[in-house]
Design a protein around this ligand. Structure first.
Ligand code: ATP
Ligand code: ZN
Length: 299
């Protein structure tokens, strides 16, 4: 297969998105052979190669059509979009799919113990961030004028160093904030990883593979929480049992040989099945309960 019919996908080289991105690709069936330089991973069984780069470079690589696709945080994409707009350039990467990993939020935090009366309290204050455009847009929307201190990292120590009164940074658990005696007071952007694609039209072969990849991603995301559940139940308990089965549309109901008053129920539950649910089903008359993980799903 010639080089031009292979998709190039940019993935963060080393960071929070690396493992979940590679895990998603593996679940989509991709076997990667990492080259000696480790910068490119060759798809052994699919016409898709992975370029390992810094996450901040991914929007440009896709926008400039060096890569066809990219896996990156919405926070990076939106900051880039605004940065380009500030230079009069319209961002043209296209978001293909929201992904279920890389969840975090861009939030404003202030030193612990300080009172917070709302966004207007930031007027005239210095706010340290690595996301000046997103913060600027947020402040403008709230009609607040503050001093944005743009840093390239270690934002959380800026208040202690006397460089800022507040920060605007990514938070997931909040433990970094707590360790730095900061308190989250306002969300600026909810973020998660996204799959983006080049604005340039792809040839038929590549387009077809993008479609297939999207379908597989859809399947992978659907099965993450899904379970296949099997059980026996008295016919009379069917309505109650169907009500208790979490997120299942139409269960299969099978007669049980030799037990006219009983049926077997098989259902795909689109939510995790917890012990509480099983106990509830048992109380409703179910027996022989079996819960299995779902490996692949294609609607
Ligand atoms: P690089 O060297 O590639 O520039 P980085 O230091 O900018 O790495 P990471 O800290 O690995 O990036 O974060 C990558 C992405 O992970 C973020 O842009 C964000 O989308 C997501 N993320 C999820 N949770 C968090 C969090 N608690 N803090 C920072 N980023 C998070
Ligand atoms: Zn980065």
């Amino acid at each position: 297969m010639d080089r031009d019919s292979r998709l190039k996908l940019a993935v963060q080289k080393s960071g929070r998105l690396t493992d979940p991105s590679l895990d998603l690709l593996a679940r989509c069936g991709l076997k990667l052979a990492r080259g000696k330089d480790q910068l490119v991973g060759y798809g052994e069984n699919l016409p898709l190669d992975v370029l390992f780069v810094r996450d901040d470079d991914i929007p440009d690589l896709v926008q400039e059509d060096v890569c066809d696709l990219g896996l990156v945080g919405l926070n990076v994409i939106e900051e880039k979009r605004l940065a380009l707009a500030a230079r009069g350039i319209e961002a043209s990467f296209e978001t293909l799919r929201l992904l279920d990993f890389g969840r975090c939020r861009l939030s404003i935090a202030i030193p612990e113990g300080q009172s917070w009366s709302g966004v207007s309290a930031l007027a005239g204050r210095r706010i340290a961030t690595t996301y000046p455009h997103l913060l600027g847009q947020f402040l403008a929307r709230h009609g607040v004028r503050a001093d944005i201190v743009t840093l390239s990292g270690a934002v959380e120590i800026a208040p202690r160093l006397g460089r800022a009164d507040a920060i605007c940074d990514l938070v997931s658990t909040g433990s970094t904030l707590a360790a730095n005696h900061l308190e989250e007071v306002q969300t600026v952007l909810e973020s998660h990883a996204v799959l983006i694609r080049t604005p340039v039209a792809l040839g038929a072969v590549k387009s077809d593979w993008v479609e297939r990849l999207l379908m597989r991603i859809e399947g992978v995301q659907q099965v993450r929480e899904s379970k296949y559940i099997m059980l026996h139940a008295p016919r009379a308990a069917l309505p109650e049992i169907r009500r208790l089965l979490p997120g299942s549309e139409s269960p299969t109901i099978i007669p049980l040989e030799g037990h006219p008053d009983k049926v077997a129920i098989h259902a795909v539950c689109r939510e995790n099945v917890f012990w509480e649910t099983l106990e509830g089903l048992k109380r409703a008359g179910a027996s022989a309960l079996l819960v299995l993980p779902v490996e692949k799903m294609l609607a």
